[in-house]
Design a protein around this ligand. Sequence first.
Ligand code: PEP
Ligand code: MN
Length: 337
Amino acid sequence: MIIVLKPNSSAAVIDHVLERIRELGLKPHLSTGEHRTIIGVIGDENKLQTQPLQAIPGVEQVLPIMKPFKLASREFNKKDTVVQLGKVKIGGGSLAMIAGPCAIESLAVLDEIAGAVKKAGANILRGGAFKPRTSPYSFQGLGEDGLKYLRDIGVKHDMPVVTEVMDPRQIPLVERYADMFQIGARNMQNFDLLKEIGQTKKVVLLKRGMSATVKDLLMSAEYVLSEGNPNVVLCERGVRSFEDSTRNMLDMSAVPNVKGQSHLPIIVDPSHATGRPDLIPALAMASVAAGSDGVHIEVHSCPEKALSDGPQALLPPKYAEVMAQIRKLAEILGRTF
Ligand code: PEP
Ligand code: MN
């Protein structure tokens, strides 16, 4: 931690700051310039994070040296983490190809979609049973019935399944049926949910909040990791922007940005990022080229009848086409799924 004092700080101010630092059991290192005094602090930075030193009159800036996330950081684990989900590996060159409808609507529809995406090469089936809809009047999901369908169809097609959990109270129920919890964009900073999920060992797909920074995303991952669950997969799904021709704006830089700062796998969801089936294929390819550990795509056998996110769903033949392209690219890049 480095503390920068305001220009021409008095000796009294300097002494006051030094005293606070020593009170915390830390060692100050004073550097006095002609106009400026800078104090380096040696010791456990965590102790300082609980103290609002910025509030002391005379302190201009408090600059942390270490990243605020530790367990999620690249420094903590130099090697890429590979998350195991049943037979599927996510990270370290193995791609998670997640596909399925936005919402689980019926056993028959889910079965049809699952069969198609599996044939195209998807290795994880998705489907929402609890839907975070903007309007309380929109379809909210089938709840436990939906979870049962998801599990049964996952077993039938030999695919692990992922579904969203929106509230800590839903965890025991969802845990019974799903192989992977999804924490949606709207809940990325639901800290109680993150803590509770951290106490399970189930794999977590943590989606970036629509106005969250990459640092915010990694801090949310830290919540899960610090509770003892190391199985976190991050997901870039676009952030809000001024551009109104797409649903969100896909921040592709988040992929290499996260990879530089963290050992956790990160996948990309071009469906929610764009809301547009015509853009999804190009961005799915681009995300693999950018180093993503997987691609998450919504697929529906009849988008016009879908109860949620129909307009952005790919038809199964289109999904198969995209997957064939991704397979070629993955081969060139030495990655597999
Ligand atoms: C979803 O996956 O259906 C979903 C609601 O995603 P997000 O949380 O990214 O909006
Ligand atoms: Mn959706």
